[in-house]
Design a protein around this ligand. Structure first.
Ligand SMILES: *Cc1c(COP(=O)(O)O)cnc(C)c1O
Length: 423
Protein backbone atom coordinates (compact mmCIF):
# COMPACT_ATOMS: atom_id res chain seq x y z
CA UNK A 1 0.00 0.00 0.00
CA UNK A 2 2.81 2.41 0.86
CA UNK A 3 4.89 1.48 -2.18
CA UNK A 4 3.04 3.91 -4.42
CA UNK A 5 3.64 6.63 -1.86
CA UNK A 6 7.34 6.34 -2.58
CA UNK A 7 6.69 7.94 -5.96
CA UNK A 8 4.22 10.60 -4.86
CA UNK A 9 5.86 11.77 -1.64
CA UNK A 10 9.31 10.30 -1.08
CA UNK A 11 9.93 12.40 2.04
CA UNK A 12 6.85 11.16 3.89
CA UNK A 13 7.36 7.68 2.47
CA UNK A 14 10.84 7.64 3.98
CA UNK A 15 9.51 8.71 7.39
CA UNK A 16 6.83 6.01 7.33
CA UNK A 17 9.51 3.49 6.41
CA UNK A 18 11.61 4.63 9.37
CA UNK A 19 8.67 4.35 11.73
CA UNK A 20 7.87 0.89 10.44
CA UNK A 21 11.49 -0.15 11.05
CA UNK A 22 11.33 1.33 14.55
CA UNK A 23 8.12 -0.54 15.35
CA UNK A 24 9.44 -3.87 14.12
CA UNK A 25 12.92 -3.42 15.60
CA UNK A 26 11.84 -2.56 19.13
CA UNK A 27 10.22 -4.36 22.03
CA UNK A 28 7.16 -2.19 22.44
CA UNK A 29 5.90 -2.28 26.00
CA UNK A 30 3.65 0.77 26.06
CA UNK A 31 0.45 -0.86 27.36
CA UNK A 32 -1.87 1.26 25.22
CA UNK A 33 -0.13 0.33 21.96
CA UNK A 34 -0.45 -2.65 19.67
CA UNK A 35 0.03 -3.84 16.09
CA UNK A 36 -3.11 -4.05 13.97
CA UNK A 37 -3.66 -6.69 11.33
CA UNK A 38 -3.13 -6.08 7.64
CA UNK A 39 -6.91 -6.22 7.22
CA UNK A 40 -7.44 -3.40 9.73
CA UNK A 41 -4.66 -1.39 8.12
CA UNK A 42 -6.15 -1.81 4.64
CA UNK A 43 -9.66 -0.85 5.74
CA UNK A 44 -8.43 2.24 7.56
CA UNK A 45 -6.38 3.32 4.56
CA UNK A 46 -9.21 2.86 2.08
CA UNK A 47 -11.62 5.06 0.12
CA UNK A 48 -14.02 5.50 3.02
CA UNK A 49 -11.75 8.38 4.06
CA UNK A 50 -13.36 10.30 1.18
CA UNK A 51 -16.90 10.16 2.49
CA UNK A 52 -18.86 12.53 4.72
CA UNK A 53 -21.61 10.81 6.67
CA UNK A 54 -22.98 13.27 9.24
CA UNK A 55 -25.94 11.76 11.02
CA UNK A 56 -26.82 8.10 11.46
CA UNK A 57 -27.82 5.32 9.04
CA UNK A 58 -31.09 6.30 7.32
CA UNK A 59 -30.86 9.85 8.72
CA UNK A 60 -27.84 11.47 7.07
CA UNK A 61 -27.35 15.06 6.04
CA UNK A 62 -25.61 14.29 2.75
CA UNK A 63 -26.51 11.91 -0.06
CA UNK A 64 -24.42 9.03 -1.33
CA UNK A 65 -24.78 6.93 1.83
CA UNK A 66 -25.67 3.64 0.13
CA UNK A 67 -22.53 1.95 1.45
CA UNK A 68 -21.73 3.96 4.58
CA UNK A 69 -25.11 3.08 6.09
CA UNK A 70 -24.37 -0.60 5.62
CA UNK A 71 -20.89 -0.26 7.11
CA UNK A 72 -22.08 1.63 10.16
CA UNK A 73 -24.91 -0.82 10.77
CA UNK A 74 -22.47 -3.70 10.48
CA UNK A 75 -19.98 -2.08 12.86
CA UNK A 76 -22.76 -1.40 15.38
CA UNK A 77 -24.12 -4.93 15.07
CA UNK A 78 -20.68 -6.45 15.63
CA UNK A 79 -20.04 -4.21 18.65
CA UNK A 80 -23.40 -5.05 20.20
CA UNK A 81 -22.83 -8.77 19.74
CA UNK A 82 -19.27 -8.73 21.03
CA UNK A 83 -19.98 -6.66 24.15
CA UNK A 84 -23.54 -7.97 24.67
CA UNK A 85 -24.87 -4.41 24.74
CA UNK A 86 -28.30 -3.05 23.78
CA UNK A 87 -26.82 -0.17 21.82
CA UNK A 88 -23.48 0.80 20.30
CA UNK A 89 -22.32 4.12 18.90
CA UNK A 90 -19.23 3.61 16.74
CA UNK A 91 -18.70 7.23 15.72
CA UNK A 92 -16.47 8.73 18.47
CA UNK A 93 -13.16 9.92 17.06
CA UNK A 94 -11.25 8.63 20.05
CA UNK A 95 -11.50 7.59 23.69
CA UNK A 96 -11.33 11.15 25.00
CA UNK A 97 -14.21 12.34 22.82
CA UNK A 98 -16.20 9.21 23.66
CA UNK A 99 -15.89 10.10 27.35
CA UNK A 100 -17.01 13.69 26.79
CA UNK A 101 -20.00 12.44 24.83
CA UNK A 102 -20.88 9.96 27.58
CA UNK A 103 -20.86 12.77 30.17
CA UNK A 104 -22.85 15.06 27.88
CA UNK A 105 -25.45 12.32 27.40
CA UNK A 106 -26.19 12.07 31.12
CA UNK A 107 -25.31 15.25 33.02
CA UNK A 108 -25.11 19.04 32.76
CA UNK A 109 -22.12 21.40 32.90
CA UNK A 110 -21.40 22.27 36.53
CA UNK A 111 -22.52 18.88 37.85
CA UNK A 112 -20.12 16.87 40.00
CA UNK A 113 -18.21 13.94 38.51
CA UNK A 114 -16.05 11.48 40.39
CA UNK A 115 -13.23 9.60 38.71
CA UNK A 116 -9.95 8.03 39.74
CA UNK A 117 -7.25 10.58 40.43
CA UNK A 118 -5.01 11.09 37.40
CA UNK A 119 -1.87 10.57 39.42
CA UNK A 120 -3.23 7.28 40.77
CA UNK A 121 -4.06 5.89 37.34
CA UNK A 122 -7.25 7.62 36.18
CA UNK A 123 -7.42 9.13 32.70
CA UNK A 124 -7.12 12.89 32.20
CA UNK A 125 -10.72 12.98 30.96
CA UNK A 126 -11.96 11.53 34.27
CA UNK A 127 -11.78 15.04 35.75
CA UNK A 128 -8.01 15.59 35.74
CA UNK A 129 -6.83 19.05 36.83
CA UNK A 130 -5.43 20.05 33.42
CA UNK A 131 -8.36 18.54 31.50
CA UNK A 132 -11.38 20.58 30.43
CA UNK A 133 -13.47 17.93 32.19
CA UNK A 134 -12.54 19.57 35.52
CA UNK A 135 -13.57 22.99 34.17
CA UNK A 136 -16.89 21.98 32.63
CA UNK A 137 -17.73 19.80 35.62
CA UNK A 138 -16.97 19.90 39.32
CA UNK A 139 -14.39 17.16 39.72
CA UNK A 140 -13.85 15.10 42.84
CA UNK A 141 -11.15 12.45 42.48
CA UNK A 142 -10.90 9.21 44.36
CA UNK A 143 -7.42 7.89 45.17
CA UNK A 144 -6.18 4.34 45.36
CA UNK A 145 -5.04 3.13 48.74
CA UNK A 146 -1.32 4.02 48.76
CA UNK A 147 -0.44 0.95 50.82
CA UNK A 148 -2.21 -1.64 48.69
CA UNK A 149 -2.20 0.23 45.37
CA UNK A 150 -5.85 -0.81 45.02
CA UNK A 151 -9.20 0.94 44.92
CA UNK A 152 -10.58 1.30 48.44
CA UNK A 153 -14.32 0.82 48.00
CA UNK A 154 -15.21 1.87 51.57
CA UNK A 155 -13.41 5.16 51.01
CA UNK A 156 -15.03 5.51 47.57
CA UNK A 157 -18.50 5.03 49.11
CA UNK A 158 -17.70 7.62 51.80
CA UNK A 159 -16.55 10.15 49.19
CA UNK A 160 -19.68 9.48 47.14
CA UNK A 161 -21.95 10.06 50.15
CA UNK A 162 -20.09 13.24 51.03
CA UNK A 163 -19.92 14.83 47.55
CA UNK A 164 -23.07 13.37 45.98
CA UNK A 165 -21.69 13.24 42.42
CA UNK A 166 -24.08 13.00 39.48
CA UNK A 167 -21.68 10.61 37.82
CA UNK A 168 -19.07 8.09 38.95
CA UNK A 169 -16.46 6.84 36.49
CA UNK A 170 -14.88 3.43 36.83
CA UNK A 171 -11.88 2.41 34.77
CA UNK A 172 -8.31 3.61 34.49
CA UNK A 173 -5.28 4.08 32.36
CA UNK A 174 -2.57 2.85 34.75
CA UNK A 175 -4.20 0.38 37.12
CA UNK A 176 -2.81 -3.17 37.11
CA UNK A 177 -5.69 -4.95 38.85
CA UNK A 178 -9.12 -6.17 37.84
CA UNK A 179 -11.80 -3.61 38.64
CA UNK A 180 -15.05 -4.72 40.26
CA UNK A 181 -17.57 -2.84 38.12
CA UNK A 182 -20.49 -4.32 40.02
CA UNK A 183 -19.45 -2.58 43.26
CA UNK A 184 -19.02 0.67 41.31
CA UNK A 185 -22.57 0.26 40.05
CA UNK A 186 -23.85 -0.29 43.61
CA UNK A 187 -22.01 2.71 45.05
CA UNK A 188 -23.29 4.92 42.22
CA UNK A 189 -26.82 3.58 42.67
CA UNK A 190 -26.73 4.25 46.43
CA UNK A 191 -26.14 7.97 45.88
CA UNK A 192 -28.33 8.29 42.79
CA UNK A 193 -25.35 8.79 40.48
CA UNK A 194 -24.90 7.49 36.97
CA UNK A 195 -22.09 5.01 36.41
CA UNK A 196 -19.87 5.31 33.37
CA UNK A 197 -17.25 2.65 32.88
CA UNK A 198 -14.20 3.43 30.76
CA UNK A 199 -12.58 0.20 29.56
CA UNK A 200 -10.24 1.84 27.03
CA UNK A 201 -7.29 -0.28 28.14
CA UNK A 202 -8.92 -3.58 28.93
CA UNK A 203 -11.63 -3.86 26.23
CA UNK A 204 -9.82 -6.84 24.67
CA UNK A 205 -9.68 -8.62 28.02
CA UNK A 206 -13.38 -7.94 28.55
CA UNK A 207 -14.49 -9.33 25.19
CA UNK A 208 -12.37 -12.41 25.85
CA UNK A 209 -14.15 -12.90 29.19
CA UNK A 210 -10.95 -12.57 31.22
CA UNK A 211 -12.21 -9.54 33.11
CA UNK A 212 -15.86 -9.20 34.03
CA UNK A 213 -17.74 -6.91 31.68
CA UNK A 214 -19.10 -3.63 33.08
CA UNK A 215 -21.93 -3.63 30.51
CA UNK A 216 -24.56 -4.98 32.98
CA UNK A 217 -23.47 -2.56 35.73
CA UNK A 218 -22.88 0.73 33.94
CA UNK A 219 -25.22 3.21 32.30
CA UNK A 220 -22.67 3.79 29.56
CA UNK A 221 -19.46 1.95 28.73
CA UNK A 222 -16.79 3.91 26.91
CA UNK A 223 -13.79 2.44 25.17
CA UNK A 224 -11.03 3.06 22.70
CA UNK A 225 -10.70 0.63 19.83
CA UNK A 226 -6.92 0.59 19.52
CA UNK A 227 -5.48 -0.72 22.78
CA UNK A 228 -6.01 -4.37 23.79
CA UNK A 229 -8.94 -4.50 21.34
CA UNK A 230 -6.31 -4.18 18.57
CA UNK A 231 -8.28 -2.08 16.12
CA UNK A 232 -7.62 1.30 14.49
CA UNK A 233 -7.35 4.46 16.58
CA UNK A 234 -10.91 5.28 17.59
CA UNK A 235 -13.58 5.31 20.27
CA UNK A 236 -16.89 3.63 20.95
CA UNK A 237 -19.82 3.88 23.34
CA UNK A 238 -22.03 1.03 24.50
CA UNK A 239 -25.16 1.51 26.57
CA UNK A 240 -28.53 0.31 27.69
CA UNK A 241 -31.46 0.98 25.35
CA UNK A 242 -32.79 3.76 27.60
CA UNK A 243 -29.68 5.89 26.98
CA UNK A 244 -29.32 5.14 23.26
CA UNK A 245 -30.99 8.32 21.98
CA UNK A 246 -29.10 10.55 24.45
CA UNK A 247 -25.77 8.93 23.56
CA UNK A 248 -26.39 9.37 19.85
CA UNK A 249 -27.38 13.02 20.27
CA UNK A 250 -24.32 13.70 22.44
CA UNK A 251 -21.92 12.29 19.84
CA UNK A 252 -23.66 13.92 16.88
CA UNK A 253 -24.59 16.75 16.75
CA UNK A 254 -23.47 17.34 20.34
CA UNK A 255 -19.73 17.03 19.95
CA UNK A 256 -18.71 15.83 16.52
CA UNK A 257 -19.35 16.48 12.88
CA UNK A 258 -18.91 13.75 10.30
CA UNK A 259 -17.65 10.41 11.59
CA UNK A 260 -14.33 9.10 10.29
CA UNK A 261 -15.79 6.44 8.04
CA UNK A 262 -12.43 4.85 7.18
CA UNK A 263 -11.77 4.33 10.88
CA UNK A 264 -15.26 3.01 11.47
CA UNK A 265 -14.74 0.54 8.63
CA UNK A 266 -11.53 -0.68 10.20
CA UNK A 267 -13.24 -0.86 13.61
CA UNK A 268 -15.78 -3.22 12.02
CA UNK A 269 -12.92 -5.42 10.81
CA UNK A 270 -11.25 -5.41 14.23
CA UNK A 271 -14.53 -6.32 15.94
CA UNK A 272 -14.86 -9.37 13.69
CA UNK A 273 -11.28 -10.36 14.47
CA UNK A 274 -11.99 -9.99 18.19
CA UNK A 275 -14.98 -12.33 17.85
CA UNK A 276 -12.82 -15.39 17.30
CA UNK A 277 -11.27 -18.12 19.45
CA UNK A 278 -7.85 -16.90 18.26
CA UNK A 279 -8.48 -13.52 19.81
CA UNK A 280 -9.53 -15.08 23.12
CA UNK A 281 -6.29 -17.08 23.14
CA UNK A 282 -4.40 -13.88 22.33
CA UNK A 283 -6.03 -11.99 25.21
CA UNK A 284 -5.30 -14.84 27.64
CA UNK A 285 -1.67 -14.83 26.56
CA UNK A 286 -1.43 -11.06 27.14
CA UNK A 287 -2.27 -11.63 30.82
CA UNK A 288 0.00 -14.68 31.15
CA UNK A 289 2.86 -12.67 29.69
CA UNK A 290 2.21 -9.74 32.02
CA UNK A 291 2.19 -12.06 35.03
CA UNK A 292 5.44 -13.74 33.96
CA UNK A 293 7.08 -10.37 33.36
CA UNK A 294 5.86 -9.10 36.74
CA UNK A 295 7.09 -12.16 38.65
CA UNK A 296 10.53 -11.87 37.11
CA UNK A 297 10.74 -8.14 37.83
CA UNK A 298 9.91 -8.88 41.48
CA UNK A 299 12.77 -11.38 41.53
CA UNK A 300 15.08 -8.65 40.29
CA UNK A 301 14.00 -6.51 43.24
CA UNK A 302 11.64 -4.15 41.46
CA UNK A 303 8.67 -2.87 43.45
CA UNK A 304 5.39 -3.18 41.60
CA UNK A 305 2.31 -1.17 42.43
CA UNK A 306 -0.16 -3.51 44.13
CA UNK A 307 2.55 -6.18 44.02
CA UNK A 308 1.73 -7.54 40.57
CA UNK A 309 -0.89 -7.54 37.86
CA UNK A 310 -4.24 -9.06 36.85
CA UNK A 311 -4.26 -7.50 33.41
CA UNK A 312 -1.95 -6.39 30.62
CA UNK A 313 0.01 -3.74 32.48
CA UNK A 314 2.55 -3.30 35.22
CA UNK A 315 3.40 -0.15 37.11
CA UNK A 316 6.94 -0.17 38.53
CA UNK A 317 7.73 2.00 41.55
CA UNK A 318 11.40 2.87 40.98
CA UNK A 319 12.10 4.68 44.23
CA UNK A 320 14.08 1.79 45.75
CA UNK A 321 16.26 1.68 42.62
CA UNK A 322 16.99 5.39 42.84
CA UNK A 323 16.38 5.88 39.13
CA UNK A 324 13.84 8.48 37.97
CA UNK A 325 11.19 7.03 35.64
CA UNK A 326 12.13 9.32 32.80
CA UNK A 327 15.81 8.43 32.97
CA UNK A 328 15.05 4.70 32.84
CA UNK A 329 12.46 5.12 30.05
CA UNK A 330 15.00 7.02 27.94
CA UNK A 331 17.78 4.50 28.56
CA UNK A 332 15.40 1.63 27.70
CA UNK A 333 14.41 3.40 24.51
CA UNK A 334 18.08 3.51 23.49
CA UNK A 335 18.11 -0.25 24.17
CA UNK A 336 15.13 -0.76 21.83
CA UNK A 337 12.67 -1.28 24.68
CA UNK A 338 9.89 1.28 24.49
CA UNK A 339 8.02 2.16 27.68
CA UNK A 340 6.56 5.24 29.30
CA UNK A 341 7.43 6.97 32.55
CA UNK A 342 4.42 7.37 34.77
CA UNK A 343 3.33 8.76 38.11
CA UNK A 344 2.74 6.34 40.94
CA UNK A 345 0.11 6.81 43.68
CA UNK A 346 1.34 9.42 46.20
CA UNK A 347 4.28 10.19 43.91
CA UNK A 348 6.71 12.52 45.71
CA UNK A 349 8.00 13.70 42.29
CA UNK A 350 6.08 15.79 39.73
CA UNK A 351 4.25 14.21 36.73
CA UNK A 352 6.90 15.56 34.35
CA UNK A 353 9.59 13.54 36.13
CA UNK A 354 7.74 10.85 38.06
CA UNK A 355 8.94 7.85 40.05
CA UNK A 356 7.28 5.14 38.00
CA UNK A 357 7.53 3.25 34.77
CA UNK A 358 4.48 1.78 33.01
CA UNK A 359 4.84 -1.29 30.83
CA UNK A 360 2.47 -3.79 29.24
CA UNK A 361 2.27 -6.83 27.03
CA UNK A 362 -0.38 -6.36 24.27
CA UNK A 363 2.11 -5.60 21.49
CA UNK A 364 4.72 -8.25 22.30
CA UNK A 365 1.92 -10.81 22.57
CA UNK A 366 0.70 -9.88 19.09
CA UNK A 367 4.24 -10.72 17.93
CA UNK A 368 3.76 -14.21 19.36
CA UNK A 369 6.00 -13.79 22.38
CA UNK A 370 5.16 -15.99 25.36
CA UNK A 371 6.15 -16.28 29.04
CA UNK A 372 9.78 -17.20 28.27
CA UNK A 373 10.25 -14.04 26.23
CA UNK A 374 8.43 -11.99 28.86
CA UNK A 375 10.90 -13.23 31.47
CA UNK A 376 13.80 -12.53 29.11
CA UNK A 377 12.51 -8.97 28.67
CA UNK A 378 12.42 -8.54 32.47
CA UNK A 379 16.10 -9.47 32.43
CA UNK A 380 16.82 -6.87 29.75
CA UNK A 381 14.99 -4.19 31.73
CA UNK A 382 16.99 -5.14 34.81
CA UNK A 383 20.27 -4.99 32.88
CA UNK A 384 19.52 -1.46 31.71
CA UNK A 385 18.53 -0.40 35.23
CA UNK A 386 21.74 -1.86 36.66
CA UNK A 387 23.82 -0.16 33.99
CA UNK A 388 21.89 3.06 33.80
CA UNK A 389 25.03 5.19 33.28
CA UNK A 390 26.92 2.67 31.13
CA UNK A 391 26.18 3.42 27.49
CA UNK A 392 28.01 0.40 26.05
CA UNK A 393 26.07 -1.99 28.31
CA UNK A 394 22.85 -0.33 27.17
CA UNK A 395 23.94 -0.81 23.58
CA UNK A 396 24.52 -4.51 24.28
CA UNK A 397 20.97 -4.83 25.59
CA UNK A 398 19.79 -3.16 22.37
CA UNK A 399 21.43 -5.95 20.37
CA UNK A 400 19.71 -8.61 22.46
CA UNK A 401 16.38 -6.81 22.02
CA UNK A 402 16.87 -6.67 18.27
CA UNK A 403 17.61 -10.39 18.17
CA UNK A 404 14.39 -11.11 20.04
CA UNK A 405 12.50 -8.90 17.59
CA UNK A 406 13.96 -10.77 14.63
CA UNK A 407 12.81 -14.06 16.16
CA UNK A 408 9.27 -12.69 16.57
CA UNK A 409 8.53 -10.61 13.49
CA UNK A 410 5.42 -8.43 13.38
CA UNK A 411 2.71 -10.68 11.92
CA UNK A 412 0.68 -9.76 8.88
CA UNK A 413 -2.50 -11.82 8.62
CA UNK A 414 -2.94 -13.24 12.04
CA UNK A 415 -6.68 -13.73 12.26
CA UNK A 416 -9.13 -14.60 9.51
CA UNK A 417 -12.50 -14.27 11.19
CA UNK A 418 -14.72 -17.17 10.49
CA UNK A 419 -17.74 -16.10 8.48
CA UNK A 420 -20.37 -17.26 10.93
CA UNK A 421 -18.71 -15.26 13.69
CA UNK A 422 -18.50 -12.01 11.85
CA UNK A 423 -22.12 -11.26 11.05
C1 LIG B 1 -6.38 5.87 26.37
C2 LIG B 1 -7.50 6.22 27.26
C3 LIG B 1 -8.47 7.17 26.89
C4 LIG B 1 -8.31 8.12 25.74
O1 LIG B 1 -8.19 7.64 24.54
P1 LIG B 1 -7.64 8.53 23.33
O2 LIG B 1 -7.99 7.68 22.19
O3 LIG B 1 -6.19 8.71 23.56
O4 LIG B 1 -8.38 9.82 23.33
C5 LIG B 1 -9.56 7.35 27.71
N1 LIG B 1 -9.70 6.65 28.84
C6 LIG B 1 -8.79 5.75 29.25
C7 LIG B 1 -9.00 5.01 30.53
C8 LIG B 1 -7.65 5.52 28.48
O5 LIG B 1 -6.74 4.66 28.91
Amino acid sequence: MTNALEQYDPQIYELIRQEQARQSGAIRLIPSENYVSRAVMLASGGCLTNKYAEGYPGRRYYEGQQVTDLIEKMARQRAKKLFKADHANVQPYSGSVANLAAYAALIQPGDTIMGMSHIDGGHLTHGGKVSLTSKFFKSVSYPVNPDTGRIDFDHLAELAKKHRPKLIISGATAYPREIDFEIFGQIAGDVGAYHISDIAHIAGLVVAGIHKSPVPYADIVSTTTHKTLRGPRGGMLLCKAEHAAAVNRAVFPGLQGGPHMHTMTAVAVALAEADTPEFIAYARQIVKNAKALAEMLLEYGFNLMSGGTDNHLILIDLRNKNIPGKKLAKALDRARIVTNYNSIPNDPSPPANPSGLRIGTPAITTRGMKEDQAREIAGLINKVAENIDNESAIEEVGKEALLLCSQFPVPDHFIIPNKSNSK
